[in-house]
Design a protein around this ligand. Sequence first.
Ligand SMILES: [Zn+2]
Length: 446
Amino acid sequence: MLDWLRSFTTRLIVSRDDQETKPYLQYVLLFQAGVTIVELYLDWRQRKCYEYKSIPKELEKHVTPEKFEKAQKYGKDKNTFSIWSQVVQTGVHMTLFATYSLPSLWNRCSQWMQKHTLPIFPQELQTTLLYSSALFVGSKLISLPFRIYNTFVLEQKYDFNKTTWKLFVKDLFTESVLSAVIGYPSLIGLWYVLETSGPRLWLYFWLFTSSLSVLLALLYPPLIMPLFNKFQPLQDEKLRREIEELANQVGFPLNKIYVMDGSKRSSHSNAFMYGIWKKGIVLYDSLLEQNKGHDERILAVLAHEMGHWKMRHTQKMLVIGLLHSLALSWSYGKIANNESIYRSFGFQTKAHIIGLLLFSELLTPLDSVLGLMMNSISRRFEYSADDYAKNLGYSSFLIEALITLHLENLSTMYPDPWYSLYHNSHPTLTERINALENNLETKKNQ
Ligand SMILES: [Zn+2]
């Protein structure tokens, strides 16, 4: 360990002006440790909020002391879980890099492939497929105990879990088959793109990855989600008519309204929309159950969603996402052939998959900053969608719906502002209530 530490620090200091062997690995490990420390500090800040004993002013009318106490306990348990899983998973991740285990795995895969090669694909591509499979299985195995604990211990304790062991295993199996069905062809396509595109690598790489992600986003609701859940047309005639009226009023291109059996896994509730031209609406059965007899609340949630549609938030996010991936592809084009990066991480090969893997490692610090920016944009969108629902007259119903959703999900009552800024893509409940109520006040005063 000491030897390792000594060589780590020596490389960091000594090889600084040596162009050939810049200590990229050391920088990446330091940055990742830095990001982890910041995230743990934020966890700790949020953790302190779960010690508060009194109900926040805005929620006093709506929350019973028992519910508040339960939400605080749930939050604290989730916080403990998140700290442990982060420490272990980042620890394993960094150890794999620091001990050069990934290059030796690549070498083993390569040797194995030399003996068992098939005349279908080039050698590097075959090794890539084997290597990716090994990494996929490895990461699944590392995260599995955490997933089991989260589902069957943590969520179970607070009566959220509805997943049976049988369903859990079935889900794992379906996910793995799906990853193979989508992953292998994508990987093969990507490899050929990178292999053949020459100096315009960044452009073809961008075109390939962005069309693939748009395609997957389009196929996800109609083809993939039904593998995990059942979708049935909404039976409640009255609610269906009310939703259709709302859609008519705002000119929303409503296609079908489905109810999804989300309750078969968990009693957490939600609603979403999908589709490009014609939009389908999906309501979780748990959302309907929790708002029985309060159709206006469900309409308020949908009015908010229609606000996102009206203001083209999805398209705007898509454009931002495409520009983001363009910037990434361009940067990848710049470093893909930089041999010293591969060497620094202990790789003797410049295989495409390794380049991508190392590139994503180098990006960790930048990703955290970009995540902050995306969250801030998304929060702005949420406020304006709330505003849209308010203008349709749903202000108080939306507040009720948000509170119900929040309480049923036992969400955090006291979000730490820094934690929230870093992690949350939505404004906090009290921020949203305040914004909606202030708007109510100004409306009344006008
Ligand atoms: Zn929203």
